[in-house]
Design a binder for this molecule. Structure first.
Ligand code: R5P
Length: 260
């Protein structure tokens, strides 16, 4: 593996082999999502606690000062909005590698959707991004999703995750599910979990813990952090699970005490 690629991966995955990625890219298809209406206000206090920030290029240029010391995993797929339900995640390339380099990113993120009639479009665009990113030593994080009605279970998430790895992803982001070990064991590249829709803090911490126990290397979490009643307390609690291996109970106690 090239030095540049290794160097960038080491900025995403920390020395202990784990990472806390903060996903704030939702605006590319959800617009002003609850909690991110004023993205800079919410993100600024979270930055010291995140290992990596995952924004869109527009959010990066408009809300994040260029002297911010945090590795960037840039969202480079999109093209549909939440209003277009039948085509949701029918995504293509929305950022050139040249612009990603100009933004000095440490990785790029691209969504693939497996199990929809348009899966081929997302998979071929994904491999195009892989080829372009490889030319410049930029790791690609595959955000995996499965078609509506297929269920976010180990059968389909391992299919999508393994496909992403075989197509060339350096890191896979997927959802936590029952029997998550099967997803991890059959995927040859590191896995991080998405948080998904907002759930109670206690449950989100348990999910992060269970995912780590099953072999995930960390989280790429958005709504369960920035929509929390106390986002800073929440990211600090998530971080102790990911990097300090504390129990969900201890992490929740930390959340409650930092909240005070
Ligand atoms: C999904 O396509 C985007 O990358 C989301 O921004 C990301 O998955 C969100 O994380 P969460 O589900 O934790 O809000």
């Amino acid at each position: 593996m090239d030095w540049g690629m290794k160097n960038r991966i080491s900025r995403i995955i920390k020395k202990d082999g784990h990472t806390v990625m903060l996903a704030v890219d939702h605006g590319y298809f959800m617009g002003p999502t609850t909690g991110l209406e004023k993205l800079d206000d919410i993100v600024k206090p979270l930055l010291p606690h995140a290992d990596v920030l995952m924004p869109t290029r527009g959010a990066l240029r408009n809300y994040i000062p260029p002297d911010t010391d945090i590795p960037i995993c840039l969202r480079v797929s999109g093209g549909t909005s939440i209003l277009n339900k039948t085509n949701l995640l029918h995504e293509g390339i929305i950022v050139s590698m040249e612009d990603a380099l100009r933004l000095n990113v440490s990785a790029v993120a691209f969504s693939i959707l497996v199990g929809q009639p348009f899966e081929r479009d997302t998979l071929l665009a994904f491999t195009k991004i892989i080829d372009e990113a490889n030319r410049f030593g930029i790791p690609v994080l595959a955000v995996t999703a499965v078609g509506r009605g297929l269920g976010k279970d180990a059968k389909y998430l391992s299919l999508a995750s393994r496909m992403a790895a075989e197509l060339g992803a350096s890191i896979v982001k997927t959802y936590y599910c029952e029997d998550f070990e099967k997803v991890v064991e059959t995927c040859p590249v590191p896995i991080v979990i998405a948080g998904g829709k907002k759930i109670p803090e206690k449950d989100a911490l348990q999910m992060a813990y269970d995912a780590l126990q099953a072999g995930a290397i960390g989280v790429d979490m958005g709504r369960n952090i920035f929509q929390s009643s106390n986002p800073v307390a929440m990211i600090k609690a998530v971080k102790t699970i990911v990097h300090k291996n504390v129990t969900p109970k201890e992490a929740y106690e930390l959340f409650k005490s930092s909240k005070k």
